[in-house]
Every structure is written in structure tokens, then in C-alpha cells.
Design a protein around this ligand. Structure first.
Ligand SMILES: Cc1ncc(COP(=O)(O)O)c(C=O)c1O
Length: 334
């Protein structure tokens, strides 16, 4: 019996047709700006989100670090939600490379608490307080359970940020899920951000690849910093081809992952109406024991906190596997 792996949507393996697209990709040295497939992907991503330019990166973490550093620098701060990936899971990279600090608000769905943002915002008062340079949002929000940030809340944040001269960064690692779940055009999400990061290697199923998206100046700066950080890649069109293939074939199918997540939620005793995309979060004091018990029965789930289980649906878990996992989980958790 094969294992059903629900630990993350990063676990997908490239499909046969994705591998074929990679194998036949036209390539060149991308540090010289001569890889046509990378350029095609970057132009496509910039266009989808209504920005001037994009930069291919190996990881979403690097894309976030590069993106945030275009809007905040040494001795400045970024405000974000307490469980944001940039604050919790990028291992201090923003402090180490960019010299920024972060302060956080807490929102039950990982969303924007505009009152808290207003209260926290710090103008530049010279040698007294850390000035707020940017506000960062994550859509969908990973650790809150794949939750959606409604466009009207993002628009209100954008207006507030403009009124105080702060920038907005969007961690859109799973913006594709938000787009499919809500029907909101990608360009509308792009319009609320000065700079953003997206991932091709999560629900879209590419083996590697993310991007920074923003103004031509921000991307030119990011290109220099990517090289400085050791992220200048050469004939990387073979990876960009996987990203282009994913954009062509794996966006609309995310709706299946969302339906699968709701089925799993029901099996775990979680109200499916609270599951908005492909991530189910279950609070259980015995989370670690449950991970072991599910593994013994052929289902891999993760913990993202001492009492928090996380299940993520993706391309490599079809309906039959979801039904089998639901049986196992209902027996353990239902
Ligand atoms: C919301 C979010 N942002 C950024 C990242 C970072 O992506 P990577 O693992 O490619 O560095 C992740 C990874 O899971 C994520 O969930």
C-alpha cells in the first residue's frame, strides 16, 4: 500500500508532460539574461499580475527576501501577521540579509487587522523609534490554514498604506489558490502590492521555482541581490519550462484540491465551511501521537505547532487517495 502524503503541497513530483516540457526547453545563460524560457516566464508572470517585471528565483523564501528588501532597509520595520511565513519560517533571513525588524498583529484567519496596523504604524521620527517602511500580507495564509484575504480588506490596507507612505508586500506563494477559490483576477491581487512573491513549486506542481514581481527598478535591484546571495542560475530554462507548463495546466485544477481538503476536513471533525483552499488545520493536544498513528496506517500528515496538525492536498493526491485518507483520519480523529 503506497503512502498518501498530505504533509505539504511542495511534495509533488513533476508529471510526465512537465518533464517533457523541461527536457525540450530552449535555454541560455540566465545570468547573462540569455535564457529565453526564463524570460518568457518572467514576462508572463509580470503580465498576469499587472506589474512591469519579474525575476525567477530558486525558492519562495529567496523571492520574499528580495521582494521585502526593495521596500525596507537597515533599521526599518515591516508589519505583518504573527504567523506570516516571512516572520516565522524564513529563519531570520530578512534580519540577516536586509537588517530589518518585524512587528506583528494577530488575526484568527491570518488576515489584515487594520486597527492594529494603524496603532502599530511608526512614522520616521529620527533617532527615537524604528520607522515602518512596509506592511506585508500573505494570501493564502499558510499557517492559518490556507485562508483567503478578501480583496476589499486588501484594498483598504493599500489605501491606508498610501495615506502614510508605506509600501505593501504580498507573499503570494499560494495566490493561485486564492484566485481559483474566489475568481478574483490575478491582476487585482497584483494591484494591491508594490512588490510580491509567488511560488510555482507549491500547488502548481513545479519541482523548483518562485518569482519576485514588481516595478522594473525593484526587479533590477533584485537581480543584483539574487546574484549576491548566490542565486544567479545559468541554463535554468529547464526549470522555468516547468513553471510555464504549470501555469498552462495546473491552475484551474486547484479547485479539485480545495474540494479534497473539505472532504478531509469533514473526516477530521473540522467544519468544511471553514476550509477555503487546500490546507486543513486541526487543533489537537495529541497532535504528535496522531501523526505517528496516521503514518502507521499509510497517511502522512504534519505538525506545524505542538498542538496543530496540518493536512495539505495537492496534485499527487487524487480522489481515491483522498477517500482512503479520509477513512483513516475519521477513524483517528472523527
Ligand atoms: C506562504 C509561504 N511563503 C513562502 C514560502 C517559501 O517557499 P520556499 O519553501 O520555496 O522557500 C512558503 C513555503 O511553504 C510559504 O508557505
Amino acid at each position: 500500500m503506497s503512502l498518501i502524503d498530505l504533509r505539504s503541497d511542495t511534495l509533488t513530483r513533476p508529471t510526465a508532460s512537465m518533464r517533457a516540457a523541461m527536457a525540450s526547453a530552449d535555454v541560455g545563460d540566465d545570468v547573462y539574461g540569455e535564457d529565453p524560457t526564463v524570460r518568457e516566464l518572467e514576462e508572463r508572470l509580470a503580465g498576469l499580475f499587472g506589474h512591469e517585471a519579474a525575476l525567477f528565483t530558486p525558492t519562495g523564501s529567496m523571492a520574499n527576501v528580495l521582494a521585502v528588501r526593495t521596500v525596507a532597509g537597515v533599521g526599518q520595520e515591516v508589519l505583518c501577521e504573527a504567523r506570516a511565513h516571512i516572520a516565522r519560517a524564513e529563519l531570520g533571513a530578512h534580519a540577516a540579509y536586509t537588517g530589518i525588524t518585524m512587528r506583528t498583529w494577530r488575526h484568527p484567519r491570518g488576515g489584515v487587522d487594520l486597527d492594529a496596523v494603524r496603532e502599530m504604524f511608526a512614522p520616521d521620527m529620527g533617532p527615537f523609534f524604528v520607522p515602518t517602511a512596509a506592511i506585508s500580507v500573505e494570501n493564502t495564509h499558510n499557517f492559518a490554514g490556507g485562508t483567503l484575504l478578501p480583496l476589499d480588506e486588501l484594498t483598504a490596507l493599500r489605501e491606508y498604506a498610501d495615506s502614510v507612505g508605506a509600501a505593501v508586500h504580498l507573499d503570494g506563494a499560494r495566490i493561485w489558490n486564492a484566485h481559483v477559490a474566489t475568481g478574483t483576477p490575478l491582476a487585482d491581487y497584483g494591484s494591491i502590492a508594490d512588490v510580491m512573491a509567488v511560488c510555482l513549486s507549491k500547488g502548481l506542481g513545479a519541482p523548483v521555482g518562485s518569482a519576485v514581481i514588481g516595478s522594473a527598478d525593484a526587479i533590477a535591484e533584485s537581480r543584483v541581490w539574487r546574484k549576491r546571495m548566490g542565486g544567479g542560475m545559468r541554463q535554468v530554462g529547464i526549470l522555468a519550462a516547468a513553471g510555464l507548463h504549470a501555469l498552462d495546466h495546473h491552475v484551474e485544477r486547484l479547485a479539485d484540491d480545495h474540494e479534497h481538503a473539505r472532504l478531509l476536513a469533514r473526516a477530521c471533525g473540522v467544519d468544511p465551511a471553514t476550509v477555503q483552499t487546500n490546507i486543513v488545520v486541526v487543533e489537537r493536544p495529541d497532535a504528535a501521537e496522531l501523526v505517528a498513528a496516521a503514518r502507521d496506517r499509510g497517511v502522512l500528515v504534519a505538525t506545524v505547532g505542538p498542538t496543530t496538525l496540518r493536512l495539505v492536498t495537492h496534485l499527487d493526491v487524487d480522489r481515491a487517495a483522498v477517500d482512503r485518507a479520509a477513512d483513516v483520519l475519521a477513524g483517528l480523529l472523527g
